[in-house]
Design a protein. Structure first.
Length: 127
């Protein structure tokens, strides 16, 4: 049987020709390794395009100007802050991250500079 990969890790061949029994025995492990590679690449791409620890609107604007995909900040929960960011930077809150995705440490001040943060927010612009 022939096995072929569209995404080829460095040092591996695109195609492998194996007997049917060997293919059936190896296929689950190969698929699991491929899924792991895809997940690791996606996480790395996400983190490479994410800026964390932003504490002011000026820093946030600079991060977006520098090409950040996501900017994580503290947010007071005030819809007025969300509107101000939208008007100034054309960015909106995309998600209030769950524990697994929060920054360490979680921001304690709102990005507006006014008040404490009640949660962390991930902001992004449409593209």
């Amino acid at each position: 049987m022939a096995l072929a990969r569209r995404l080829i890790p460095e040092g591996e061949k695109r195609k492998a020709f194996l007997p049917e029994a060997q293919t059936l025995a190896e296929l689950p492990a190969r698929l699991e390794a491929f899924q792991t590679e895809l997940l690791e690449a996606a996480v790395a791409r996400r983190e490479d395009n994410t800026v964390r620890g932003v504490t002011s609107l000026d820093e946030m604007e600079e991060a977006f100007q520098d090409g950040a995909g996501f900017v994580y900040t503290g947010w007071s929960g005030d819809p007025g802050v969300e509107e101000a960011v939208k008007d100034r930077m054309k960015a909106t809150i995309r998600v209030l991250p769950g524990e697994e995705f929060r920054s360490d440490p979680t921001p304690s001040r709102c990005v507006s500079g006014e008040g404490d943060s009640v949660t962390e927010a991930a902001w992004a612009r449409a593209y």
